[in-house]
Structure formats: structure tokens, C-alpha cells
Design a protein around this ligand. Sequence first.
Ligand SMILES: Nc1nc2c(ncn2[C@@H]2O[C@H](COP(=O)(O)OP(=O)(O)OP(=O)(O)O)[C@@H](O)[C@H]2O)c(=O)[nH]1
Ligand SMILES: [Mg+2]
Length: 463
Amino acid sequence: MTPDFLMEDTIAAISTPPGEGGIGIVRISGKDAKRICLTFFKTGRKNNELEPRRVYYGNVVDPDSADIIDEAVVLYMQGPRSYTTQDVIEINCHGSPIVLKRTLELAISSGARLAEPGEFTMRAFLGGRMDLAQAEAVMDVIRAKTDDSRRVALSQLKGGLSAKINELREDLIDFLVQLEARIDFCEHDIPPLEPEYKTQRIGKVLEEAKNILSGFEKGKIYREGIRVCIAGPPNVGKSTLLNTLLGEERAIVTHIPGTTRDKIEETVNLKGVPLVLADTAGLRETGDLVESIGIEKTIESINNSDLTILVIDGSKPDGGGLDFLPQLPPDKKTLVILNKSDLGIAFDKTKLSGAYKPETIIETSLLNKKGVEKIEDRILNLVFGGGLDTSSEIIISNVRHRDAVARCTLKLEEAQSSVAADMPDDFITIDLKAALDELGEIVGKTTAGDLIHRIFADFCIGK
Ligand SMILES: Nc1nc2c(ncn2[C@@H]2O[C@H](COP(=O)(O)OP(=O)(O)OP(=O)(O)O)[C@@H](O)[C@H]2O)c(=O)[nH]1
Ligand SMILES: [Mg+2]
């Protein structure tokens, strides 16, 4: 792929979040960045020039009206030693939406084009400053929900995943060279490879690829969080549970059944793991239109969750009304909370024993904050099976990477079958080359242009 035409225009965008702030930054990247900036940035010196790696104080001035838009500090980073590998200008203004908009408009009227989402990082990739997996990690660092999420993303940004993938690619290439040599030259020049040797070489890469795959679920959780739906009959303490886990009075709690009508979603940090908690409308038969829409949302939320916390009123023989509960999918991870234990447990737990394992049923009194830690431990246990170490292993978190590794393992397995069936080496090399391409897609060595555009379209503007 020739990246030149994608790097041709000079692009500009507001790189700080919308709204008011102490400072706001307009970023410009491309060969005309400096010229464009100098058409409206005035340092007040005789020669209005910018030297690389220096910081300049001056004014942003509309060249047509001579109107001073704001004071600003400008940094000039000369390519290739910049984020995008091109000339980059950062104009630090006051964090005012109007100032930033006017400054961006001046950059555009002076010849820059409005950057597309992720276009600065796409240039960093196309310019060879980072590979595709690293570029994708930029957004994961920005969006990290907890410190552990950040650590996983940063390790990918620093090239941890890329190094592992490149190691596997090198292994495959090295083996392919040996096979190709035997295809190209006749047998008496080089002795053929033993089938055991071939199996061992492919098997090693296959095993490592499978190891990477097995860490995906964990990685995805760090990246996106666990979606937890709190559901159950009305008035059992669902909103109390949300507030307790959140540590603030987010949802309204009253003694009136049907208090929560619309779904409330909040993210909490549970020992480094992001939980996206949804408090929902209590499930019951109702003639109320608003409430029945809320109940539809509850059922949708249960279906979309990774984990359902079913709260019931343990002090009542009927659990507060279990008849209206939807059939939970059998493979759904579920935790059952028998709440209000301070009033005595009247609910017969054996009613649950067919459907739920005893360790997933917890008695609590949320009013007295009893049993909360147990809930937290069981959530982590259900999702991770206990293990929670982000420091040592390579963790993949991105579906695109997972799919590529999965396709790679399929190709390696096909190659193994060809070896077992004593097929000629050219058959084996076809599968190995396909496996190699799949790994190349992760780091961007064999990735199609339109896919690259799609990947960066998921970024925010100005990054
Ligand atoms: N005794 C006792 N009362 C509790 C406990 N937990 C919650 N409550 C009370 O139960 C009532 C209902 O609590 P909510 O958290 O609003 O219940 P909910 O399930 O969200 O109810 P809806 O939104 O109506 O579906 C409130 O008066 C709470 O104070 C508990 O452990 N013990
Ligand atoms: Mg509620």
C-alpha cells in the first residue's frame, strides 16, 4: 500500500473534548502545517517564524478583520519526529468552544482540511511510527475504564502484543523458508524434513496462538467492562443494590413498588474490573404504559448482559413475586440475591436449587450493608474464575485481533492435518502462508486499505 495520497492533505481538528476547560488545543498535521498556522498566529516578533521544538506565545488573529481571537501558545514539532511523522502544530488556546471553533475555521480557510476521526493516529500508523495493533490501543488507553484496563491497553500500545505476534510470524517465516527450499531444489541437494519435525514446528505456533485466544474473554472485559443487569420483582432492593455498589445515592429508593421505571446505567470499578451496572424496572404484571415499557427494557437488558443479578425479597415466602420472571437463558451467568435477611428468611431456597448452584445464591441485608463483599467476590469469581493478573501475560481485548488469531489457528490445524496425511510440502505452505497473513492483519502488515479506514473511523476526532 502506498500511503502517500493519504498523507497529502494538511489536516486540522480540535483535539480536546467539547465544552469549557482551562485550555483547548487545535492540532494541525501535514506538510503545510507551519505555513497555515503562521497565516493567523502572530508571535509579535519581527520575523514571524517558528523553530521546531520551541514554544511560542502570541495571538490568534483573523487575517481579514485583524480581530484578535485569543492569546495562544504554539508548539511546532517537525516531522518525522512527531506523533504523525509529519509536521505537527499544536495551538493551545483558552478552552472556550467559540475560540476553538474560530481558530479551527482559520486553519481551514488557510488551506487545512477538517480531520476525520482517528486520522492523526492513522497517519502515525501509515508513517510507520506504530503498527496497527499499537494504533488501535491508543483509543483503548483513552477509553480505559479502570487502572487495570489502562494497563492492558498501554501494554498493547507499547508493542507487547505486536512483539508476540511478530515472534510467531518470524517462527512461521523461518519454517516456510525451510519448506520452500525443499520445494525449489531437488531432494538430493537438501534432505527432506521429517514429519515429526514439521508437526513440532507448526504445533509450537499453534499452541501459542491458542494461548493468546484463551485470554480474550478477560481482555474484552478490561476493555469494555462486564455488563451486569440487576433484575427482579418490584420493591426487593434492586436500586438499593445499585446505590450500594456505586457508593452513592444514584437511583431513587422508596417503599413503593414500581419506583424505578427507566433503566439506569452506571459504571463502577470493582477491584480494577469495570462493571457496567444496569438497574431496571421491577418485573410484574402492570396496566401502566410507562412501567410496561420499562419492563420491556428490563428483559432486553437481561438478554444483553454478561451477568444477571436476580434480586428477590428473601423475607417473603413468594420472594416478592417470582411468577413474572422471564426464563433466563440457561447459559447466562446468574447470581441470586435473597435480600432483606434482617426481616428473617421466609423464602424457601430449595425452590431455586434446580436452577442455581448453591454458591450463586447469597443472603443479604442491603439495608445494613450485609453481604455486599460476598456479592462483589462472587461477581469476580463468576466472570474470571478468580484469576486476575494483568501484569504478566499478553492479553488481547479487541474482537478484530481475536478473529484473526482464530482464523490463523484454523489454518495451522489444516497444515497439521496435511502433515499427518503425508501431503506434499506445497500443500502445507499454502496453509502456513494463509496463517501468516492472518497474523499480519493484526499488526497491519497485510491489512486492506478499506479495513484500515474502518478501524480508524471508530476513533474520536482530533486523535
Ligand atoms: N428491611 C429491609 N429493607 C430493604 C433492604 N433493602 C432495601 N430495602 C427497602 O426496600 C424498599 C425498596 O427498595 P428499592 O431499592 O427501591 O427496591 P427496587 O427493587 O429498586 O424497587 P422497584 O424500583 O420498585 O422495582 C425500600 O424501602 C428500601 O429501603 C433490606 O435489606 N432490608
Ligand atoms: Mg428500583
